[in-house]
Unconditional design. Sequence first.
Length: 253
Amino acid sequence: MSDDLHRPLIGVTVGRDVPDRPSFLRLTESYVRVLTTSGAIPVVIVTGTDSAAIRHLVERVDGLLLPGGVDAPDPHPRHFGEEARPETVIDKDLDALEITAIAHANSLGMPMLGVCRGCQILNVALGGSLVQHLEPGDLNHLQDLPLDTETHDLRLEAGSRLAALSGGTLLRVNSLHHQAIARTAPVLRAVGTSQDGVVEAVESTDPDRWTVGVQYHPEELLHQPAHRRLFDDFVASCARYAAARHTERNTAP
């Protein structure tokens, strides 16, 4: 991580394990583990928090992580002008939380990382759309193998942040999703595509902004250095953001 001694605070959005019903909140432990071992302090931002409070919390953290997980709900297609398909499972409260958090973090230039559903909601919140359901094909995007197993290749765009972190333009990844990016948000660009043409990684069009979305689950593949480096780089970027903000506050008249 960064040489800065400040341990960045990273907001992590958390929803219910049963969408749109009073239930338990759910966050896969692997996200907490990788953030802490990379030098960050996770701070959960939960559904049910009002918009003003969400913005208040975002202003007090140094980065935003939008996680995914097994059986995570889908972003509501009304956000990109479509009706829900039968396969689409929706959590309106989680959508409201994450869309508000993304909009405010983006306005602040804060580092953001979206994983699986997090990649999808990041794209939607910034003006993109989704394929609501991937029909079965040669590549199984809902793998049967354990999630710590890489099952297919991802072609990365040369010169992208992900290619630099991966050490090349070919990356082995896992896959556990039935939706995917259709139209990329105007402020994002597709930088990773599976062999069947599905977009599985996006980055900010502005190289000075650390905004990355990945459709796969790198938090379950930390035995591979490329996936570990993604989180290390994210946390380092959050530390730089925190240091710059601290400098601004101390030099303000």
